[in-house]
Design a protein around this ligand. Structure first.
Ligand code: DQQ
Length: 640
């Protein structure tokens, strides 16, 4: 039978979360000391542990550029070194800084990090997805892949197929760098399905002189549902950088859409000085192109736009739209992956085909300065339209936050998110919502279901379900009285307000996943409700990774942002735990956060707790947790 065991503050110290022996924080703390301790722990957290000043995406880009990234155990600021930057791309390996020794990872710890239902290659390095599509009964996923090593380089297209976007079969490499126009890398691209059923694949090649050009490829045998072989067009490249664009600032063609004049359009990301831009090209045959004068959209200060995505969303129906759909009841999403800060920003707005321009509904939340798909580790995402289930599916590349040395030792690096259905949030009218595809629920096995669990201030509640593979759904309620009596609390920020160990009247409270029994390791997923001077509430949704591992060579952060909570709504969160990845969706997917975590002790029967570090009690009105079985992800040959 399912149980939840409460550890009351009488039995244990009030503060479960500031414990961190890396910080030498020991000894029992008394309740009366908590304001002092809270302030002290904030200082410690700010001083010693990675702090990323990532708030609601509203701070200036300049601030984001100065984001501090400090490796645990190191007194020095260490920035991730970009291996590929000099080659014109952004690579994201974390390398050890001066004075940081590699942690002695054991084989058991490294083996545990392999995920069970998130897509990852069998071995070696992966980054962006490319050209996802559905064709003759199979979903196809291509990805930036180094077949030789667990670090970025020698970029080719890996290829995998699936019947349900959950179980994947690896195929041979789809495209390798074998021509002068892609000899330095077969980089990211997109697929366009023509009304005739033909597939057009456009991708960026890095030439023998490291110039970024766009190339065309088509399936060698369109009757092959597995699309194993690809033919590169003999006249490649089909596009070279226009005069005003630098040779290394021209990449990642989007899926094309058909205009009312019968011509196809596609976008390529670039920049001019510090302004991120999206160039529009028109074509009738995907061989000859005309650059449209001006740009679709540009945002000063946002730098190079990588992996631009542009697609319609329905304002009225809960379905995805094919990329060429336009007209009444439709808006368009423009997304750019910002090379300067490695985050994916989107905005919803209006596309005007006559002028080939797009304008955001809310200029304050324009692309690159406003909303993000995900406030954690997430980059270079791409969507595609699934014509089978009439939905638009989003994947994001989830890199590593351990050291490059550890990646080499374990032999692989990077994951893709669970495929997420992305739709316009008709309730808020301000944002998108993302939700794991329904197929992921086929992996659910045993279930714990609990109602109305009161979590007192300063207590943790152990929930009797262990595991590193979980699908957690929780709904929280805070008493109206407590909300009414709360003083204004306007300065809250997930990253700088003490993380999960901070204290407020209405937060933080939430869950601790991948927790070791004594809580010496745990990853916190939580809410914090703050009140403005005008009396309006603002709800924050955060992840605190800073106690996720005892290892000393990691980048650990407190991530988060605000999440819209509409009148009458309770606070809800869904968390997919899969070994070294924790993917969370607050309020039905209005705000999402993804973390990579590398526990050393919690791997032996990871536990799950509810926690409440607020000074008012919180009720978990419903808690549903499923253990998840593993997806079948293996080479295609093994299935025949
Ligand atoms: N990764 C690719 C580029 C893209 C970058 C190269 C984004 O095409 O701009 O591996 O991560």
């Amino acid at each position: 039978m399912a149980t939840a065991t409460v550890r009351h503050s009488e039995d244990i110290e009030y503060a479960q979360l500031p414990e961190n022996d890396r910080l030498q924080a020991t000894g029992k703390k008394s309740r009366r000391l908590w304001p002092f301790l809270a302030a002290f722990s904030v200082l410690l957290v700010v001083g010693f542990i990675v702090v990323s000043r990532e708030d609601a995406g509203k701070e200036s880009l300049e601030n984001q550029r100065q984001e501090t990234s400090r490796q645990v155990g190191s007194p020095e600021v260490v920035r991730p070194i970009s291996r590929g930057k000099s080659a014109g791309v952004s690579e994201k390996a974390v390398i050890l800084g001066y004075g940081v020794s590699p942690y002695p990872w054991t084989n058991a710890m490294l083996a545990w990090q392999v995920t069970s239902y998130h897509f990852q290659p069998e071995r070696n390095w992966m980054n962006d997805i490319a050209g996802p599509l559905y064709y003759k009964g199979w979903y196809h996923l291509f990805y930036q892949y180094n077949p030789d090593s667990a670090v970025w380089g020698n970029i080719t297209w890996g290829h995998t197929v699936s019947k349900d976007l959950i179980h994947w079969l690896y195929l041979d490499l789809a495209m390798v760098r074998d021509q002068w126009y892609d000899i330095n890398g077969v980089w990211t691209g997109s697929a366009t399905l023509l009304p005739t059923g033909e597939i057009i694949m456009l991708y960026t090649g890095s030439t023998n002189e490291s110039v970024q050009v766009q190339n065309l490829a088509i399936p060698a045998d369109p009757s092959d549902p597995l699309l194993k072989d690809w033919v590169k067009y003999s006249g490649n490249p089909v596009l070279t950088p226009p005069q005003e664009i630098l040779p290394k600032d021209f990449r990642d063609p989007t899926t094309a859409w058909l205009g009312s004049d019968g011509l196809w359009r596609l976008i390529i990301g670039s920049k001019i000085n510090k302004t991120g831009i999206s160039l529009v090209y028109k074509t009738s045959d995907f061989v000859n192109y005309k650059l449209v004068e001006g740009v679709l959209h540009a945002v000063p200060g946002t730098g190079m736009w990588e992996c631009v995505d542009f697609y319609p969303v329905s304002l009225t129906e809960n379905v995805g739209l094919d990329t060429s759909v336009n007209g009444p009841g439709v808006k368009h999403v423009l997304k750019a992956s910002l090379d300067d800060n490695k985050h994916d920003y989107y905005a919803i707005g209006v596309y005007d085909e006559a002028t080939e321009t797009w304008l955001p509904d809310d200029p304050v939340n324009d692309v690159g300065i406003g909303l993000r798909y995900d406030y954690g580790k997430f980059y270079a995402s791409k969507t595609f339209y699934d014509q089978v289930k009439q939905r638009r599916i989003l994947w994001g590349w989830i890199g590593e936050t351990d050291s490059e040395q550890a990646d080499i030792q374990k032999g692989w690096a990077s994951l893709q998110t669970i495929p997420r259905v992305v739709t316009y949030d008709t309730k808020s009218g301000t944002n998108l919502v993302q939700w794991p595809i329904e197929e992921v629920e086929s992996l659910r096995t045993s279930n714990v279901s609990l109602d109305n669990i009161k979590v007192d201030p300063g207590s943790v509640v152990h929930v009797d379900i262990n595991g590193a593979q979980l699908d957690v759904n929780a709904v929280f309620e805070v008493s109206k009285e407590a909300i009414k009596n709360t003083e204004a609390d306007v300065l809250y920020n997930c990253s700088t307000s003490g993380g999960a160990a901070g204290r407020g009247v209405l937060g933080p409270f939430g869950l601790l996943v991948l927790a070791e029994e004594s809580l010496s390791e745990q990853t916190a997923v939580y809410f914090y409700i703050a009140k403005g001077v005008d009396g309006n509430l603002q709800t924050f949704f955060c992840h605190d990774e800073t106690r996720s591992s005892k290892a000393t060579d990691l980048v650990e952060r407190v991530y988060g942002s605000t999440v819209p909570v509409l009148s009458g709504e309770k606070l809800s969160v869904r968390i997919l735990v899969d070994h070294s990845i924790v993917e969370s969706f607050a309020q039905g997917g209005r705000t999402c956060i993804t973390s990579r975590v590398y526990p050393t002790r919690a791997i032996y029967g990871p536990r799950l707790f509810l926690f409440n570090n607020a000074s008012t009690s919180v009720t978990v009105t419903s808690l549903n947790i499923w253990q998840m079985t593993s997806a079948l992800i293996h080479p295609f040959e093994q299935s025949s």
